[in-house]
Structure formats: C-alpha cells, structure tokens
Design a protein around this ligand. Structure first.
Ligand code: FAQ
Length: 309
C-alpha cells in the first residue's frame, strides 16, 4: 500500500499537479517544506525590524504611512506562511521557539543595519526585488498551500518594490547630499542582496532534491542571474552604480557578467555572525516574552468557552 501511495505522489509531481495536505508524501518532502516555509516565515517576521527602525523617524507623514503599511504587510506574509507550515503538521509555537533559540534560520539579508533613510528605499528596490525574483516561480511550487500563499505575497512584494524605487527616484531628484546617501546605501546592499539567493549551485546541498520534488523551480544561480539582468537597467535609470568592477553586458550570453560574492561572508551571516544577528533575535525574543500574557489570556478564554459550551 505504501508503494502505491508513493507512485501516486510521484505521478502527481510529474503531471505538474499539486500535493495537498491530505495527500500522502515522503517524509523528506514534508521535512524540506517545513524547513523552507518556516525559514521563509521567520524571514518575513524578522524582516520587519530593519525597516521598522525608521517608523518613528520617517521624514514625512506620507512616508510614515507608507512604511507602516509595508511593515504590516510583512507581518501578514509571515502569518500566511506559518499557516502553510501548520498544514504539514508543524506547530507554530515550536517554530517560534526554534527561531529564537537559533535552531532555525531566516534570510541572511535581515542581519544588516539600516543607518540611513535611503536604506528604506534600497530595501524596497533590491531586497523586495530579489524576493520577487525568487518567489514568483514558487507560485508554481508543488505544494498547494505554499504555492497559493505565494500568489498574494508576490503581488504585495511587487507593490513594495515599486514603493522603494519611487522613494529612491524622489531622493535622486533632490540634493547632492541625498544622491550620495542613495549611492552609499546601494553600495552596502548590493552584495548582500545577491547572497539572498543562497550559495552557488555547486555548494547548494538542497537544490537538486528540491527541484526534483518541484518545491524549487530554478537553481540559486539561475535566479541570481535573472535578478542581475533585471536590476542593472533599473540602476541606470535611477542614476546609481553597483560596486562591482566585473559587471558587464555579455552580448553572447545576452546577460550581464558579474563578480563573485564573498561566500565566506554569507556563511558567517548564516551561522550567526552577521552585524545584527544577536540584536534581531534578542528583539524577537523580547516581543515574544512581552506577548506571553496575551497567549495566556487567549488560552484561558478558550478553556472557559469550552466549559460553558
Ligand atoms: N539566508 O541548499 P541551499 C522576504 C541556507 S525574502 C539564510 O541552497 P535551499 C521578503 C539554507 O536554508 C527572504 N540561509 O538551501 C521581505 C540551507 O540551510 P539548512 C526569504 C540561507 O533551501 C522583503 C543552506 O543555507 N525568502 O522575506 C540563505 O535549497 C523585505 C544551504 O542552502 C525565502 O525564504 C540565505 N540567504 O535554498 C521581507 C524564499 N541561502 O536549512 C521583509 C524561500 C541559503 O539546510 C522586507 N526560500 N541558506 O540548514 C528559498 O527559495 C530557499 O530556501 C533559498 C535557499 C533559495 C533561500
């Protein structure tokens, strides 16, 4: 019977149909999905912090309202993703515990600081831009609840990306000082943005199996190249440059050649040694502790409802 179920699973994947929560799936498939979806959810929640840093200091009411809405959207993305992980049998409290005790990862990109307001625009342009590049193909991921969550998330990320680009265009039309602020921020975020796509393909232990299962649709390097090709013309239009002397159009490949990111930096950031790792986790832990009374009250209320029912 197990063999029959396994054949059914592989046929579903081959025919490009979706695996749903009620369906049989190999343990490895479930585990890989919980790992990726949980990391993705944690990234959205931790990702609220770098920009959240500017909420009380946004330069105008309009910019503050926009930023507040964006940061709230990220919270929403985290919630859909935790829900998708729950359909695989994961427990939300357990996932949060794994995040704050460093047993599950979140994206490397959110371990960099946001010292200037230009960082808000650059995160929208480059970080949300990279997120879209990575996530649009995930709308066709083989696991139904994950793929469906991605559709709405991608729509909102596209809006965030335009928001960032518009902010930067506005600053580029401003003073020399503002233009310099944008360029300085781009210089800091370019390489970390390329690292968001993960290690190079020959050093990516999960890609081959995840592609065979239809969880991932492209390799890390393919998506990184797509992002560079999409972003270089946008930099030209904006009037900024990327800090990579190796960046050049390759007419033969019809793509941009670019330099090698410093992979030792990615390794360091992923293993907890980036500039803001400790602060991000500490802040998340503090928020979780501060919310303990809400969870207790909600649990007590649920018990009472059950008793009176
Ligand atoms: N950071 O074998 P692979 C956002 C880990 S966007 C940290 O290649 P895989 C929106 C990887 O997990 C950001 N860890 O792994 C937003 C694995 O470790 P493990 C979130 C990384 O899974 C914008 C190991 O290295 N997006 O939040 C990173 O096949 C603005 C080996 O790597 C997603 O999560 C990294 N950059 O490919 C929010 C998208 N790269 O688990 C707020 C979904 C690799 O074995 C503001 N995820 N690792 O211990 C994916 O597409 C994939 O998981 C990859 C990694 C491509 C990230």
């Amino acid at each position: 019977a197990e063999a029959e179920l396994e054949t059914g699973f592989h046929e579903t994947i081959e025919h490009e149909q979706r695996i749903e929560p009620r369906d049989w799936m190999p343990d490895g498939y479930r585990k890989t999905l919980v790992r990726q979806i949980a990391q993705h959810a944690h990234s959205e929640i931790i990702g609220m912090q770098p920009e959240g840093n500017w909420l009380t200091r946004a330069p105008s009411l309009r910019r503050k309202a926009i930023l507040l809405a964006k940061v709230q959207d990220e919270a929403g993305h985290g919630l859909y993703l935790y829900s998708a992980a729950e359909t695989l049998g994961a427990d939300r409290a357990d996932l949060t515990d794994k995040l704050i005790t460093g047993r599950q990862k979140y994206s490397s990109i959110f371990n960099y600081p946001t010292p200037t307001f230009a960082d808000v625009g650059v995160i929208g342009w480059l970080v949300d831009g990279a997120a879209i590049c990575n996530q649009v193909p995930l709308c066709r991921s083989s696991y139904g609840p994950y793929a469906r969550a991605m559709i709405r998330i991608c729509k909102e990320e596209s809006f965030h990306q335009r928001q960032g680009y518009e902010l930067l265009m506005c600053m580029m039309r401003g003073t020399d000082e503002q233009r310099a602020m944008v360029q300085e921020s781009v210089d800091r975020w370019w390489w970390p943005s390329l690292m968001m796509f993960g290690p190079p393909d020959d050093d990516s232990p999960n890609t081959a199996q995840s592609m065979a299962w239809g969880i991932k649709r492209h390799t890390n390097d393919e998506l990184r190249q797509r992002f560079v090709d999409m972003t270089v013309p946008q930099a030209d239009a904006l009037g900024v440059t990327f800090p990579d002397p190796g960046l050049a159009w390759n007419a033969e490949r019809k793509s941009y050649d670019f330099g090698e990111p410093d992979w030792s930096e990615l390794k360091a950031v992923i293993t907890g040694h980036g500039p803001c790792n400790a602060q991000r986790i500490e802040q998340r832990k503090q928020a979780h502790d501060d919310g303990a009374w809400v969870r207790e009250a909600a649990t007590a209320f649920a018990h009472k409802q059950k008793e009176t029912a």
